[in-house]
Write a protein that binds this ligand. Structure first.
Ligand code: OOG
Ligand code: MG
Length: 253
C-alpha cells in the first residue's frame, strides 16, 4: 500500500470507530513515511472542515513509554473536532477503546517558527491549564510500533482543557493526578514530563521547525502525560488535577 492508502484506512478506522491491524511492518513504513501519513490523514480532516487547534507531544514520560513499549518522543496534531468542553458528557460509542491521561496544556501567544530555548518560552506562551487527553489507538488491542503510532496521529482523539491561568515557569514539580469517580487512580510529579513540562514546548519547537511548520498564536500544546493512561468506561466522572492549576473534568456515558 502507498502512504495515501494507509492514511485513508487510518482515517476511516477513526471515523467508524473500528480497529484495524498494524500496518508499518507489512508496508515497510519508516518514520518519515509515518509523519507523511499523519499529515495526509490530518489533511482529510481539514478538507472536511476541521481546523487545526494545536499539537501534542507523546512519550515524554517514562510511565507512558513503559506502558506502551515505545521509547521515542512523538508529536501529533489536534483539531477542533477533538475538543471536549469542560464538564461535558461524552458517549464512548464514538471511540474504539479510549483511554484518558492527565496533562498540562500551554497556549501559544506568538507564532513559533524556530527552535526555542526554555528561557525564550515566556515570549511565546501566555497561559497554561490542567488538561485531560483522551487517546484511542486505531490499532487492534491498542498495540503499535513507533511508526504505527505516529501514522495514527499518536492516538489523538480528544482533549479537555480547564481554566487558563497566566503562565508560570515554576512548574517543574507540581503534583498531577487522575481521578476516576473522585478516587485517585494515577499520580506523578510534573517532573515526570521531561523534568519540566515546558521542555515539551522546546521539543515541539524543534520538531515543528524541522518540519517547516509554524505553531500559531492561539494554538494549544499538550505536553504529554505524566502517568500511564487508564481505559475509560461508561458512567465515570473523570478529573485531572494539577497542583496550583486546579481541576479539569468530563463525564462518560
Ligand atoms: C500514544 C500517545 C502518547 C502521551 O501523552 O504520552 C501520548 C499512546 O499512548 O497511544 O499521548
Ligand atoms: Mg497524551
Amino acid at each position: 500500500m502507498n502512504n495515501q492508502e494507509i492514511a485513508t484506512i487510518l482515517d476511516t478506522a477513526a471515523r467508524n470507530a473500528k480497529a484495524i491491524p498494524q500496518m508499518a511492518a507489512t508496508n515497510k513504513m519508516n518514520l518519515e513515511d509515518a509523519y507523511e501519513i499523519q499529515r495526509m490523514a490530518i489533511n482529510f480532516r481539514v478538507e472536511r472542515g476541521e481546523n487545526i487547534t494545536g499539537y501534542k507531544l507523546g512519550f515524554t514520560s517514562k510511565a507512558k513509554m513503559e506502558q506502551m513499549g515505545v521509547h521515542d518522543l512523538i508529536w501529533g496534531i489536534l483539531t477542533d473536532e477533538m475538543e471536549i468542553k469542560e464538564g461535558e458528557s461524552v458517549d464512548l460509542k464514538r471511540w474504539i477503546h479510549p483511554r484518558v491521561e492527565p496533562e498540562i496544556a500551554f497556549r501559544v501567544s506568538k507564532d513559533i517558527h524556530k527552535e526555542l530555548t526554555l528561557e525564550e518560552l515566556p515570549d511565546y506562551l501566555d497561559r497554561m491549564a490542567p488538561a485531560l487527553e483522551i487517546i484511542d489507538s486505531r490499532y487492534e488491542n491498542f498495540k503499535f510500533s513507533l511508526e504505527d503510532v505516529v501514522a495514527d496521529n499518536c492516538s489523538s482523539t480528544g482533549y479537555v482543557i480547564g481554566d487558563w491561568l497566566p503562565l508560570s515557569t515554576a512548574i517543574s514539580d507540581l503534583k498531577m493526578e487522575l481521578l476516576v469517580n473522585d478516587e485517585v487512580f494515577e499520580h506523578a510529579s510534573s517532573a515526570a514530563i521531561l523534568d519540566n513540562p515546558l521542555q515539551s514546548v522546546v521539543e515541539l519547537s524543534r520538531l515543528a521547525s524541522t518540519a517547516g511548520l509554524t505553531v500559531k498564536k492561539g494554538q494549544v500544546i499538550l505536553a504529554g502525560a505524566a502517568t500511564a493512561a487508564r481505559f475509560l468506561e461508561p458512567n465515570q466522572n473523570l478529573k485531572g488535577r494539577v497542583e496550583k492549576l486546579g481541576d479539569v473534568r468530563f463525564k462518560t456515558i
